[in-house]
Design a protein around this ligand. Sequence first.
Ligand code: PHE
Length: 507
Amino acid sequence: MKARETWKNRSVFIMAAVGSAIGLGNMWRFPYVAAQNGGGAFLIPYFTALITAGIPIMIIEYGLGRRSQASANVALGAIKKPLRFVGWLSIMAAFGINIYYCIVLAWVINFFIPVFDITSWAVDITSSKIHFFTDILHLSDGPWDFQKIYLPLLIGLFLAWLAIWAIIKSGLGKIGKILLFTVPVPVVLVLILLVRGLTLEGATVGLNYYLSPEWSKLANPQVWLAAYGQIFFSLSVGFGTMIAYSSFMPKNTELPNSAAITSFGNCAFSFLAGFAVFSVLGYFAFITNVPIEQVAQAGPSLAFIVYPAALAQLPLWIKFFAFLFFLTLLLLGIDSAFSLLETVSTALSDKFNFSRTKATTIVALTSFLLGIPLSTGAGLYWLDIIDHFIMNYLITITAIMECIAIGWVMGTKKFTAEINKNAEIRIGFIFSFLVKFLTPLILITTIIISFIREIEKPYEGYPFSAIMVLGVGTLIFLIICALLLSVFKNDYEEEQENGIRLSNGGN
Ligand code: PHE
């Protein structure tokens, strides 16, 4: 067996984990998901999800990575062979997400040239909408109306993949150095945007909307599922990403406190980014006399339509702040995107004994090719549907299965004992109760109720065929891939699983 690469020390590991967690999810996905699901009220299910599922599953993934020094498939397979499938399922979710994550990066890249001309295309929401939907996305009339592949999007997609491929191929030492730039810089940039936002007239209108709870929404299970989905997406848990990253940590690395630092750091950042976004939206509502509810209801386009329109109304330094905003998005997204690539490529290396270069090249190339339909006029519809199904169903299922694997198959006693070795914060009863009972129960209930509602009312009114092919079809495709990968050609996987079993004294 090859000696495994490791992060230089615990700080580099934490930085990598934070870099993966803090991404477009915080600045692009969080504000619109919060706005769609009750504004301030959303913070309640969101923080509940953080405590009951985010942190416990983060600890699970760190623990699995550290004990096995291998990717999710091997780490879970070492507990019990059939669990290898759960590992592959989570890795496949990462694979699916990365395909559309990079197209969002491609949109961001496509904003860099027009950004200096922002005052001409973002005069108001309508013109900003036209710019995003027509000039950048060339959005068609529906998911089956492709028009054609748009070259600038394709080039953006290619550049995004080229960058993350080159970074991941270069190995952990280089990645550690790149993280020194891609983690702190966007945080500073968001702080600058935050100060700018908070000092604008009318900012409170936005913040009131952001923070005032719409209690009635809390009765809707779909809001809860969206909150759990957002936590999983934002913390990068449930995807095997944190298992892959922690498989490179030195075996004596402290775990529970590292998990708490990563999780709270990420959510505090989302919360802050929410202030940066909503204060500017409040200013925009104030200056243009449009009700804030209307301003905030823009779904995935919030960051690309409404926010630029708001920036274009700034009293001074419009181009500077607009440039800063897109640079922030790019830097936020890049280290999350490469963590997704790492998840899948490490798994391939751990299965087939591929070199880093070979594994990253195969994954990056396949994902780039599969992402090409997203650079057509139907791209946004595809992204929206695929995201909804992976995030609401697949990830919830892998999270439930990870809880069951640790809570019931391996047993929390053995697991907590392993975690508590050299822990700065010890875990015990609460962790066990959450992982064995509460978290799976909440997730199973919300997923069932939401599924029933899903059947009653197709997501966002998309045609039934699109929901079936792109939503359900993607899930079936990913499940079949996971199944094939867990059943075939697994001598090398098995050899490692047995090794882990031996060195950890049974499962
Ligand atoms: N956490 C990242 C974000 O918030 C996205 C991500 C999801 C990264 C899953 C890795 C794994 O943008």
